[in-house]
Write a protein that binds this ligand. Structure first.
Ligand SMILES: N[C@@H](CCC(=O)N[C@@H](CS)C(=O)NCC(=O)O)C(=O)O
Length: 213
């Protein structure tokens, strides 16, 4: 059976779990906390980051690489668009969202949720204000410009929609919601993604795991 090392609540683990659910694959979650310095886990993934996927002989780190692999290895229910141009754009959105966007949007969650719990430190509210007021808006404006007037980015729900929305699920847990008046297309997309059955299922599990439900 496929094994995912990680925990509920990570924006990156979430992408992988939703991809597995969408494809109807059996998997088990092996609990692995981030920032644990676990030397045994580093044998599997020397970066020590979550998620890591083990599928038989193959062990992969990085949610982008894992989702791409799952789509190639288990293509029955695709999570990538098919044309080379749209596939490349989906990869770009995933890279953009899992890199710069996640650093900021999930950074709010890191400060307000992880920092007090994992490091017994207060959140840096000045850093959070700088993210919300200065750093996120140019990225949100870009996302808003890229989105179609309605529906998912490539017609069907895809990794592009999931990757862009995932870090903002964490921001919401930490008290920040994307303002609908400034970003109407993106806030609509966020709700549409959350309403997908595979997404709603994982969000319900993680809300329970994080103590929000
Ligand atoms: N690019 C990676 C990022 C993974 C990542 O940063 N995961 C966080 C948890 S949300 C982590 O494990 N952080 C621990 C660390 O940086 O040591 C991916 O997409 O999977």
């Amino acid at each position: 059976m496929l094994k995912v090392y990680g925990v509920h609540g990570s924006p990156f683990v979430r992408k992988v779990l939703i991809t597995l659910e969408l494809k109807g694959l059996d998997y088990e979650i092996i609990t692995q906390m981030p920032f644990s310095g676990d030397s045994e886990y580093k044998q599997l993934n020397p970066l020590g980051k979550i998620p890591t996927l083990v599928d038989g002989d193959i062990t992969l780190g990085d949610s982008k690489v894992i989702c791409r692999y799952l789509d190639d290895a288990y293509p029955d229910v695709p999570i990538y668009p098919t044309s080379p141009a749209e596939k490349a754009m989906a990869d770009w959105y995933d890279d953009f969202a899992s890199g710069a966007v996640a650093e900021l949007a999930a950074g709010i969650f890191f400060q307000r949720f992880m920092r007090p719990r994992a490091f017994k430190q207060d959140p840096d509210e000045a850093l959070i204000s700088n993210i919300i007021e200065n750093k996120l808006p140019p990225l949100l404006r870009y996302i808003e410009r890229q989105l179609p007037s309605e529906g998912f980015i490539f017609g069907d729900f895809s990794i592009a929609d999931l990757a862009l929305v995932s870090p903002f699920v964490n921001a919401t847990y930490a008290g920040y919601d994307v303002p609908a008046d400034s970003y109407p297309k993106f806030t609509t997309l966020i709700e549409q993604v959350k309403a997908q059955p595979s997404v709603a299922m994982i969000l319900a599990k993680e809300a329970k795991a994080l103590g929000f439900a």
